[in-house]
Design a protein. Structure first.
Length: 200
């Protein structure tokens, strides 16, 4: 007879991922042990291994949960073609910044420790990242069709857009003078301001 899943299965697994994200972000993947994760999550080491076979599997869940949240946000924002593309880009920047700030540990781990994953799992993360880049590329081309005439311009523009927000975790203070929303607006203004020149 199949073993039934505990009613709090998802909650316990989430707690492990949250604890691991915090430790990986502060101490690095190599600096945090499974015992440390168990201690941080106030659970037993054996329980961690009940949910995960290895520390790399936990790392994967930290990352995939973050990029999937970004992808869901992108789909929700960009799916309505009746909304002007520049407005969709602004909303996307706001949603991304909210996720970066709200899941700062996961975002930091994604940017710093992707190469710690086994090749196959790393490829899954990269595939989602590429879809996110393509989503932004399409939006930018909608805004400035001239980007299509210049080889590599839409890709470069989309990467520059991500470059303005992806590393904000290294310096941005959510309680500082500039809010996450204001920063999202600045990022879009900088992007839009340079699109016509990039298409020349």
């Amino acid at each position: 007879m199949a073993r039934t899943q505990a009613t709090d299965y998802d909650e316990r697994k989430q707690a492990i991922v949250d604890a691991a994200a915090a430790l990986f972000a502060s101490d690095g993947f190599n600096g945090a042990s499974v015992a440390d994760i168990a201690k941080r999550g106030a659970i037993s080491k054996s329980l961690v291994y009940h949910y995960y076979q290895s520390k790399e599997d936990i790392l994967y869940d930290v990352m995939i949960s973050h990029v999937r949240a970004l992808e869901i946000a992108a789909a929700e924002v960009t799916g309505d073609a009746s909304v002007p593309p520049a407005k969709r880009l602004r909303e996307l920047a706001h949603r991304f910044m909210a996720l970066y700030v709200g899941a700062a540990d996961r975002h930091k781990v994604l940017l710093n420790d992707l190469n710690r994953l086994p090749k196959a799992k790393r490829a899954e993360i990269v595939k989602v990242q590429r879809r996110l880049i393509e989503t932004v590329q399409k939006l930018l081309v909608e805004i400035e069709p001239g980007l299509k005439r210049k080889a590599g311009a839409s890709f470069a523009a989309s990467m520059l857009f991500f470059g303005t927000i992806n590393w904000t975790h290294t310096w941005f203070d959510p309680s500082g003078a500039v809010s996450a929303g204001a920063l999202a607006e600045m990022a879009v203004d900088l992007t839009l301001g340079g699109l016509a020149k990039a298409a020349d």
